[in-house]
Write a protein that binds this ligand. Structure first.
Ligand code: FES
Length: 57
């Protein structure tokens, strides 16, 4: 499922990046994947997925 339609970033991509790099903040995640760089509507969903995935690492 796409989280960020503007940049075609899927939840799977975010989960993989979080597992691999364990970003400490949303800003850090955004340096790793291009979420929220345009309309910004995906930011909240991206944060939720990141938080959820961080509980498993
Ligand atoms: Fe992610 Fe627009 S949906 S920037």
């Amino acid at each position: 499922m796409y989280v960020c339609l503007c940049n075609a970033v899927s939840d799977k991509t975010i989960r993989e990046v979080v597992r691999r790099y364990q970003p400490k903040s949303l800003q850090h995640l955004r340096q790793l994947v291009p979420v929220g760089k345009q309309c910004g509507k995906c930011i909240r969903a991206a944060r939720e997925i990141m938080d959820e995935e961080m509980q498993h690492v």
